[in-house]
Design a protein around this ligand. Structure first.
Ligand code: ZN
Length: 419
């Protein structure tokens, strides 16, 4: 409860004790828990792109407008010269951290809160670290204990990403049991993941799509790798439904056909697939983002639908680093800031069928990011350690989750220590 409401209730009790009947009157001045003043708001869902104040009360956005009166607000953040956006949604992460193996309850998955808020991220989508057999453990161990909102794509493999032979086991790819678990945990499960399979069969993709159809949720494909390669065109034009997702869009690993061929041309079916509703996700990772793919593809007019990190210990200490570094790469490759923010907020929210997320509408949960856009000389590195130089870099100043400040780089929400 805010101080103002507390005082109002106390006064009411005293007057009630004296036999005075209280008729609640319209309060003359609004009271807010937090007001972010003077920033440049980018909220693609609501077509807002300009100077606005943002007011928060009881964990919700209550107003986005010019010149909000902040005189009675508990906390006022001065954000002029900075960008204010919805909390960032990272569509592709691995957060099932534990002492098991690989990314399923494993040491390569990272505990969410340590790596999200510093980059303005308030929602992560763990794609495939868990399957129907261990999503319950993931929920009690990580999801329920994290301040970051953690959503889940269930691996079509029942044991999730335990690595090695576990992920090649066709007998553990059960569409029906995956769909049952998706419905049981529908508060957190928003999709199905197919990944890392290295055989010549379409079976894993088909079981994934079957599970997605049964549970009415999208499927994300990490297309693995096999020689001779499976047809990327068949995957994109025939196997996937509109709304399904290809991740690692700008990767080129052995056994997976890249979207830009050796002649430097974007495969024509890539844009056709995007036009029929297939979603292209970045999923940068430790091995799945190359400038030699991304730059020619973007020069030929192809933009990814969603920007994401594929966060795990292997990617965060390599060229990927964090969500803002990946977003900054796309900014320097020619996407404008509005497109970059949309691909990291409202677009992923739509892809995972969570229209309550990724925007600053009145009544929405108050997940907010405040950024500086630094100008200077910066280097960006891909997964083969090749570098692209750029002049723009996003830096997270402040992150708000559920109305509470959870990260503040320069103390812009704090009082001076001796005042
Ligand atoms: Zn991944």
């Amino acid at each position: 409860m805010s101080h103002f409401t507390e005082k109002f209730c106390f006064l009411s009790l005293v007057l009630w004790g004296l036999g005075v009947i209280i008729v609640p009157l319209t309060l003359s001045s609004q009271n807010y828990d937090l007001v972010i003043k003077g920033g440049h708001v980018i909220d693609p869902k609501n077509n807002i792109d300009g100077p606005m104040d943002v007011a928060v009360l009881d964990g919700k956005i209550v107003s986005v407008s010019k010149n909000i009166d902040a005189s009675t607000a508990e906390t006022v953040v001065e954000a002029s010269g900075k960008y204010v956006t919805p909390g960032i949604i990272d569509m592709h992460t691995h957060n099932f951290h534990g002492t098991g193996s690989y990314l399923a309850n494993g040491f390569l998955s990272v505990q969410p809160d340590g790596f999200t808020f510093k980059a303005g991220v308030t929602t992560v989508v763990d794609v495939g670290s868990s399957g129907w057999r261990n999503v319950g453990q993931f929920k009690t161990q990580t999801i329920d204990k994290s301040k970051t909102r953690v959503l889940v794509f269930l691996n079509i493999v029942g044991t999730g990403m335990k690595g090695g032979a576990w992920e090649q086991d066709l007998n553990d790819m059960d569409a029906k049991l995956t769909a049952i678990a998706a419905k049981k945990y529908s508060d957190v499960v928003v999709g199905v993941k197919v990944a890392h399979y290295s055989g010549p069969e379409w079976y894993p993709v088909e079981r994934g799509v079957e599970a997605g159809t049964l549970a009415d949720i999208p499927v994300m494909i990490d297309f693995g790798g096999v020689i001779p390669e499976l047809s990327l065109e068949t995957l994109l034009m025939e196997k996937l439904r509109p709304g399904d997702i290809l991740t690692h869009t700008f990767g080129h690993v052995k056994g997976r056909i890249p979207i830009v061929g050796e002649d430097g041309n974007l495969e024509p079916y890539v844009k056709q697939a995007q036009e029929r509703g297939v979603i292209f996700d970045v999923g940068h990772g430790g091995g799945s983002f190359l400038f030699e793919q991304a730059i020619p593809a973007m020069e030929q007019g192809f933009l990814p639908n969603t920007i994401s990190t594929d966060l795990h210990t292997g990617s965060m200490n390599g060229g990927m680093k964090d969500m803002l570094n990946v977003m900054s790469k796309f900014l320097n490759m020619g996407m404008d800031l509005q497109e970059v923010i949309e691909a990291s907020t409202w677009e992923p929210a739509k892809v995972i069928n969570r229209p309550d997320l990724g925007h600053l509408s009145e009544g929405a949960g108050a997940d907010i990011a405040v950024f500086s856009l630094r100008e200077g000389e910066f280097g960006f590195v891909d997964v083969r350690r090749n570098r692209m130089d750029g002049t723009k870099k996003l830096e997270c100043e402040l992150t708000v989750r559920d109305g509470k400040v959870v990260f503040d780089l320069n103390g812009i929400s704090s009082q001076i220590w001796n005042k």
